[in-house]
Ligand binder design. Structure first.
Ligand code: NDP
Ligand code: 2IT
Length: 449
């Protein structure tokens, strides 16, 4: 077997491009992982011989289905639903559902690919999957959202199961949607199969801390990164993008750890509040009223709303992008570096473009990739599955302590793997290699499947 490992990864990438046309986000996610794997292939010739990387880049199953529903006026709509069951080497497929007009197969595949390595990093027994629909929940009534969720689950239910494929939330899918989806699954199957969905209400099988977990986990991860530098979040000015599930609870934990989060954003613009974001107001505006972010500035005299514009123009020492993929480009990265940003932690999935990541790495900014930094959400989903399987309920304190421990372990394993593979401090390489090795070893053990 030749040892030109770069030629191997290039050939794999060319193949992925050829076989998955017009899926730029999927290409981007694969490229980033492949760039980290040359060092692994150089040490493990069996991965090239058995085409392990090629197998992991090909989803096990891709499901696309029609979702018809009627709005409150009786008008009929047809959406497209997806579930990509990417890899089940480590456990049942596990990953969220995204409802957003931009959703397409390439985006679901990028998310499912990332999820596979993220889930491996948690150390929990979960494979990787992702799904969703090009449905826009914005300005839809509760009954419209319910009808959509019921129609979506009427098709999806046949592919799910607590030992098969376990779904959860993502953009546009929170507690309300999980309730409607669970109700329809239960009705169709006549099974109270709690472990088939995570992020459930805490009164009916949901885990305490799951709502907070992704944002809290990202803040814990930021703390670990700062600790390596002999520093902490205490007293740091933090910029957060997004104003959804991840952003709100990243802000909450940053504030609990002594930092000051000064921004939040949505697709209409951002707010900056130099006194620190008032979480009570933010939760009221976003979680209760589902209003636009400008409503925050209308209520908080110290805050300013900037329509459009980039939240990354706001000076900060720590940045936690928590909205969507490719929201932070090289231009924004240069601005952040110029303003003295020292640490960037991806709360969202792939929010930083590859060019932005390069800017951070060259400037010596510590960079925490999403598949490690935002793994707290899915890790706590696995804790929810554990509680469902044992018909138990854990306290908030116990669950949060487990989450913090898992985030510490993920950081330590990425950090140690980066050193072991000759790239100290490079958590992108550390996360990709550590996640890949766990998946690849299980894939091998299962034979050629
Ligand atoms: P939410 O739907 O709760 O919030 C999403 C936020 O991001 C909203 O403020 C939304 O603004 C903004 N946003 C979404 N898409 C865009 C866009 N294209 N341009 C600008 N702003 C946008 O989602 P989550 O907080 O759950 O998810 C945020 C990110 O975190 C996603 O990348 C998701 O994949 C990732 N993630 C989520 C986890 C979870 O447990 N929920 C776990 C790990 C990662 P608007 O309302 O105006 O669209
Ligand atoms: O991207 C993600 O990790 C999530 N949206 C959470 C997935 C989950 O199954 O909890």
């Amino acid at each position: 077997m030749g040892t030109d490992v770069n030629a191997i990864t290039e050939r794999i990438y060319e193949d992925v491009l050829r076989r998955n046309p017009a899926q730029p986000e999927f290409h981007q996610a694969v490229r980033e992982v492949l760039d980290s794997l040359a060092v692994v292939l150089a040490r493990h010739s069996e991965f090239a011989e058995l085409k392990t990387v090629e197998r992991i880049c090909e989803p096990e199953r891709q499901i696309i289905f029609r979702v018809p529903w009627q709005d409150d006026r009786g008008e009929v709509h047809i959406n497209r639903g997806f579930r990509v069951e990417f890899n089940s080497a480590l456990g049942p497929y596990k990953g969220g559902l995204r409802f957003h007009p931009s959703v397409n197969l390439g985006i679901v595949k990028f998310l499912g690919f990332e999820q596979t390595f993220k889930n491996a990093l948690t150390g929990m027994p979960i494979g990787g999957g992702k799904g969703g629909a090009d449905f826009d929940p914005k300005d839809r009534s509760d009954t419209e959202v319910m009808r959509f969720c019921q129609s979506f689950m009427t098709e999806l239910y046949r592919h799910l199961g607590e030992y098969t494929d376990v779904a959860a939330g993502d953009i546009g899918v929170g507690g309300r949607e999980i309730g409607f989806l669970f109700g329809q699954y239960k009705r169709i199957t006549n099974r109270y199969e709690s472990g088939v969905l995570t992020g459930k209400g805490v009164g009916w099988g949901g885990a305490l801390v799951r709502t907070e977990a992704t944002g809290y986990g990202a803040a814990f991860f930021a703390s670990e990164m700062l600790k390596v530098r002999g520093d902490s979040l205490d007293g740091k000015t933090v910029a957060v993008s997004g104003a959804g599930n991840v952003a709100i609870y990243a802000i909450e934990k940053v504030e609990q750890l002594g930092g000051k989060a000064v921004t939040a954003s949505d697709s209409s613009g951002y707010v900056v509040d130099e006194r620190g974001i008032d979480l009570e107001v933010l939760k009221q505006v976003k979680e209760v009223e589902r209003a636009r972010i400008s409503a925050y500035a209308d209520r908080v005299p110290t805050a300013r709303f900037v329509a459009g514009g980039s939240v990354w123009d706001v000076p900060c020492q720590v940045a936690i992008p928590s909205a969507s993929q490719n929201e932070l480009d090289s231009h924004a990265a240069v601005t952040l570096v110029r303003n003295g940003c020292q640490v960037v932690v991806e709360g969202a999935n792939m929010p930083c473009t590859p060019e932005a990541v390069k800017v951070f790495q060259e400037a010596g900014v510590a960079f925490g990739p999403g598949k490690a930094a935002n793994a707290g959400g899915v890790a706590t989903s696995a804790l929810e599955m554990q509680q469902n399987a044992s018909r138990d309920r854990w306290t908030f304190e116990h669950t949060e302590a487990r989450l913090e421990e898992i985030m510490r372990e993920i950081h330590a394993s990425c950090h140690a793997t980066a050193e072991e593979y000759g790239a100290p401090g490079n958590l992108v390489l550390g996360a990709n290699v550590a996640g890949f090795l766990r998946v690849a070893e299980a894939v091998h053990a299962h034979g050629l499947i």
